[in-house]
Design a protein around this ligand. Structure first.
Ligand code: SF4
Length: 295
C-alpha cells in the first residue's frame, strides 16, 4: 500500500506485502546490474525531506492502522544517516501503531555506514534490512556489475547483524550460467555461511528482454542453466551452507521451479531429500528459452 504520485514502478520484498511503502528515493543509485531491469526507466533521485514528510502525513491520515513501513526504492540505505533518522522518527511519531520499519540496502550502502551509525538507525527503529547478495563469486559479481565482492558483502552483512538488525538476504540461482555454476554455488554458500543471515531467499534468474545479460545469451557468451541445472545448483548451495544460528530459508518465489523451504541448519537434510527426489524428473531444457532457443 502506498500513497504516492511519483512515476516509476514500485518493488518490495514479498514479506512486506502488507507494509506501507514509503519511497524515499526514486529508482536505484547503482542501477547497473546486468540482470536487473527494475529501475532502468526511472530517473534516480533522493526525495527531499519535506516531500517525504508530506507523504508520511498523508499516509497516516489515510491509513492510521499501518503497522509496518518499508523504505523504497532500490537502496533506501543510501540516504545520509541524518536523513534516515529524521524519516524514522517522523514515521514513529506520525503513524500511531507502527511496530517495524525495513529497507532495501546494498552491501556498499551498509559498508559506508559506521557501526555507530547502524546502531543509531537500529535504535531509531530500522529493524530489518534486505540485502541482495546475488552471488558470492567475485567473477560472477564483476560480470554482472554488482559493484561489490564476496568479502565486502560478508563485511556488510556482519555489520548489519552486529547492530542488532535482522538481515534478509537474496541470492540468484543461475547467475553464473552453465559456465560458472560450480563456483557460483560454492562461493555463494561460503558467503552465506560467513554472514549467517536471519533469512535467505534463493530466487531463480529471469533474464529481462533487452538487458545486457539478454544480449550475452543472444551472442552465445552466457549459457542459461537447464531446469535440472537450476535444481542441482540449489542443492549444492544448501548442502554447502554451514550456519550455527537459525536461518529461515525459502526458495518458493514464482521464479522457482520447485518450492523448497525450512530453517537451516536443522531442516537441511529434509530439504535436500525433497530436492534430490525431484531433480531426476527435471528436464535438460532451459526454462528461460522456447523451443527455438529464443526467449
Ligand atoms: S542494486 Fe538492486 S535494484 Fe539496483 S540495479 Fe542492482 S539488483 Fe537492481
Amino acid at each position: 500500500m502506498f500513497i504516492d504520485d511519483a512515476p516509476g514502478p514500485v518493488f518490495r520484498p514479498p514479506s512486506e506485502a502488507r507494509s506501507f511503502i514509503l519511497r524515499v528515493t526514486i529508482g536505484c543509485s547503482h542501477n547497473r546490474c546486468t540482470f536487473c531491469s527494475m529501475y532502468k526507466d526511472s530517473s534516480y533521485r533522493i526525495r527531499s525531506l519535506a516531500e517525504i514528510d508530506g507523504i508520511i502525513e498523508r499516509g497516516a491520515r489515510a491509513m492510521p492502522y499501518v503497522r509496518r513501513i518499508f523504505l523504497a526504492d532500490g537502496d533506501a540505505l543510501v540516504l545520509p544517516t541524518a536523513s534516515l533518522l529524521h524519516i524514522l522518527k517522523k514515521c514513529y511519531d506520525t503513524f500511531p501503531q507502527i511496530t517495524r520499519i525495513g529497507a532495501y540496502a546494498t552491501p556498499n550502502d551498509i559498508n559506508r555506514k559506521t557501526p555507530e551509525e547502524l546502531q543509531a538507525l537500529k535504535d531509531a527503529g530500522l529493524d530489518i534490512l534486505y540485502m541482495g547478495i546475488e552471488s558470492g563469486d567475485d567473477v560472477v559479481l564483476h560480470h554482472i556489475r554488482k559493484g561489490t565482492t564476496g568479502e565486502r558483502t560478508i563485511r556488510a552483512g556482519r555489520k548489519a547483524l552486529a547492530a542488532g538488525m535482522k538481515l534478509s538476504t537474496m541470492i540468484l540461482l543461475g547467475l553464473g550460467g552453465k559456465e560458472r555454476t560450480r563456483e557460483h554455488a560454492l562461493h555463494t554458500a561460503q558467503v552465506i555461511s560467513a554472514i549467517q543471515p536471519t533469512m535467505l531467499s534463493a530466487l531463480s534468474l529471469i533474464i529481462p528482454y533487452g538487458s545486457p545479460l539478454y544480449e550475452e545469451v543472444r551472442a552465445g557468451t552466457f549459457t542459461p542453466l537447464t531446469a535440472r541445472g537450476f535444481l542441482e545448483e540449489l542443492a549444492c548451495i544448501i548442502r554447502d551452507i554451514e550456519v550455527t544460528r537459525p536461518c529461515i530459508f525459502r526458495s518458493n518465489h514464482v521464479s522457482n521451479l520447485f518450492p523448497v523451504g525450512g530453517t537451516l541448519p536443522q531442516d537441511k537434510e529434509s530439504m535436500l531429500l525433497n530436492l534430490e527426489t525431484f531433480i531426476p524428473q527435471a528436464d535438460d531444457t532451459c526454462p528461460l528459452l522456447n523451443d527455438n532457443g529464443n526467449f
